[in-house]
Design a protein around this ligand. Sequence first.
Ligand SMILES: O=C(CO)[C@H](O)[C@H](O)COP(=O)(O)O
Length: 228
Amino acid sequence: MLKAIIAPSMLSSDFANLASEAERMIECGADWLHMDIMDGHFVPNLTIGAPVIQSLRKHTPAYLDCHLMVTNPMDHVEPLAKAGASGFTFHIEVSKDNWQELVHMIKSKGMKPGVSLKPGTPVEEVFPLLESENPVEMVLVMTVEPGFDGQKFLPETLNKVCVLRKKYPSLDIEVDGGLGLSTIDAAASAGANCIVAGSSIFGSQNPAYVISLLSKIVTSYFKVRVRR
Ligand SMILES: O=C(CO)[C@H](O)[C@H](O)COP(=O)(O)O
């Protein structure tokens, strides 16, 4: 059964107060905390890695949804599992030759495996990962070029969400980039159920209101799809 999941992107939080920002988001109704791990190579930005996840884990039992924007995701599986990551989403663009091994390792370490696509990557590239005997459990469709928060949502990326939802009715489909109250209808009607949002939540005077509205809107589109 699909569930609406709202995951504030901690990239937009005050990194100097990460533990209290995480607690604030959970108090505001967040389902997951989205952690952007960037290596300054796969994307032109450098953020956090396993040591920060390990520190944060001491302060929260929340689901830590780690998005690996790195050239060598394999190098991060063991350290992130030890650090307490809950989900591990890698990019298909750098994992075409070893995704089977990656998925196996991620699952064997007790994390939920996901695969992500950049805006220019065709959706067909993830079909084998969903149809394998050992499939990924989530697809993250990037709705901006990965690397920075506060970018403009790219509506053309939602075609991929529509294709995925039609083909895989019970799949967790996550969208990330430029999501907020002005873009949620488009993403939810396309079929996304996991919503990552950075600036629209952290930039709001009332993050709890934004989180609850995003969640209600996503849930309302489940009902529309069932009626179709
Ligand atoms: O992965 C990301 C950037 O690569 C961020 O999670 C994302 O951009 C969230 O920020 P915003 O909602 O402000 O776009």
